[in-house]
Design a binder for this molecule. Structure first.
Ligand code: AMP
Length: 251
């Protein structure tokens, strides 16, 4: 695996694969089985696989959340090498944002709901970095998890709106044995919180109404941001000891 931090260098490398299919998996690092499932799929479906590890500051509305976000690049590299990934892209902020984020992608409808209500600017930062990464790598396919379904739907919408010739592939949510959706942030949960967190997916899947679920979560030690059903999907975001967890289920 080649680990590249410079955009020019990565572009020159990828030029040699113009006739092959390049699959791309963007991540913010602290890799777990959820990321691995996307990478394994990309390996099966493409000749060359590029994974990026970039903790994108523009999608964090809260400084503490960014500072406390887990990072484990050395371990990530071991995982990626075992998976036979071809290229790891690890750009700096300066490399990705020569404009210092004066140019941004803005979606004005769905991005204002759910997480977009409480995390101002989050989806704009996310869409902007994904657009930049797709423009640099120009993959045939890019892989995203259904765990972040709002992100997935917004990226699909962006690719359609800007006529980008990239197939967005969605992969199912990988869960811990207790049903909790895997997330880099789970590393920060205490073992007690991790155990208690199983109630969140159980309630989302239950037959109860959104507001009954909110009441029950709040009574059980969670602080609920939202539980809301839209187009047959129930979305939820909660805090457990100030760590934000999101999930969604088809109902
Ligand atoms: P992140 O590093 O959290 O930005 O995630 C990078 C990619 O991995 C995104 O497309 C996520 O939706 C996906 N992902 C994260 N957690 C999971 C999971 N538990 N199952 C499936 N995909 C996931």
């Amino acid at each position: 695996m080649k680990n590249i931090s410079q955009i020019v260098e990565l572009k020159i490398e990828l030029r040699q694969f113009a006739d092959l299919s390049v699959g791309f998996v963007p991540t913010m690092g602290a890799l777990h089985q959820g990321h691995i499932s996307l990478i394994e799929r990309a390996k099966k479906e493409n000749d060359i696989v590029v994974v990026s590890v970039f903790l994108n500051p523009t999608q964090f509305d809260n400084k503490n959340d960014l500072t406390n976000y887990p990072s484990s690049l050395k371990d990530d590299i071991v995982i990626l090498e075992k998976l036979n990934v071809d290229y790891l892209f690890t750009p700096s902020y300066g490399e990705m944002y020569p404009d210092d984020f004066t140019y941004k992608i803005e979606e004005t409808s769905f991005s204002k709901k759910l997480c977009g209500k409480s995390r101002k600017g989050h989806f704009s930062g996310m869409l902007t970095v994904v657009m930049k990464l797709l423009n640099i790598i120009k993959p045939v396919r890019a892989y995203f998890g259904e765990k972040d379904r709002q992100q997935l739907l917004l990226i699909r919408g962006m690719v359609d709106a800007f006529f980008m010739d990239i197939k967005i592939v969605a992969s199912p949510t990988v869960r811990e044995s207790n049903g909790l959706a895997m997330s880099s942030r789970n590393r920060r949960l205490s073992s007690d919180d991790k155990k208690n967190a199983d109630l969140f997916p159980v309630l989302l899947k239950s037959k109860k109404s959104d507001s009954e679920i909110i009441d029950e979560l709040n009574k059980s030690g969670f602080r609920t941001d939202y539980v809301e059903t839209l187009d047959g999907i129930r979305y939820g975001a909660v805090f457990l000891s100030n760590i934000r967890l999101i999930d969604n289920v088809e109902i």
